[in-house]
Write a protein that binds this ligand. Sequence first.
Ligand code: SF4
Length: 320
Amino acid sequence: MSGDTSAREALPADDAAVSEAERKARKAAFEANKLSKRLHRQVGQAIADFNMIEDGDKVMVCMSGGKDSYAMLDILLNLKARAPIKFDIVAVNLDQKQPGFPEEVLPNYLRSRDVAFHIEEQDTYSIVTNIIPAGKTMCSLCSRLRRGILYRVAKELGATKIALGHHRDDMVVTLLMNMFFGSRMKGMPPKLVSDNGEHVVIRPLAYVAETDLEKWAVHREFPIIPCSLCGSQENLQRVQIKQMIRDWDKQYPGRVENMFSAMGNITLSHMMDTKLFPFVDVRATGRPDPQGDKAFDEDEDDCGAPAGGAAVQPVRLIRD
Ligand code: SF4
């Protein structure tokens, strides 16, 4: 009798637990679906805006084993399956022989995705650690070596595009780094010819926020390879700026997106680069120009409406 009672008492609690778990699962599935749509839309948009991938291209997708490159490959494979054009994907990882690098993780994943891949084994770790004194940052030499190797591999594989997993936040951080420490307004382009002139480098994640990539990596359970195996510290200034924009994003939602959009919405006449705008030739035209100088009025956009009356460029990174 007492057993029956306890069983009856347990039922409502179990029901409640099941429905709570179900509610959570449904919410998680809904959020994942929304995230998936946003990521695929943003990557598709970036590819279209910059004509990143064309019919017949062979895209070499550089895989580090981090969340960004996994997400890039994942999304490109999905887009390839439904794209109106035909292009090939080959995933490439450079095994730099860092101590503890789990060399089977990426090949296993790539086989599971049925994607063509190439693992290039080059012991750049030994080269770098032999040249750079202990305690000094190794990243500059390491990335120079890596770049040269990847260019060669791209050539050998017949790749027409090299895809890198940099995202929106990387691009904003690079702009700020160049301003703060290099005294120049130079960002990280979504598409550009490589410095040796032989390849076209593309960044399909250009419109994607890093926080979305973090969530996607968790959702898709990518087998992430830690990025600290080389023992080098990430550039401290870069770390600080990354933190700064994360804080801004929380405190002032939209600020990072606006900074990012600003990189594609430049008014050269309102900067001061004499190489890009012929200031020496400026003469009065006699015609009103909403883009002209407002003399004593501060030409700023502090109320959300553009100075000069032009339409606000919609921020491309719409948060669903
Ligand atoms: S963090 Fe390590 S692997 Fe990455 S660039 Fe620096 S030295 Fe190379």
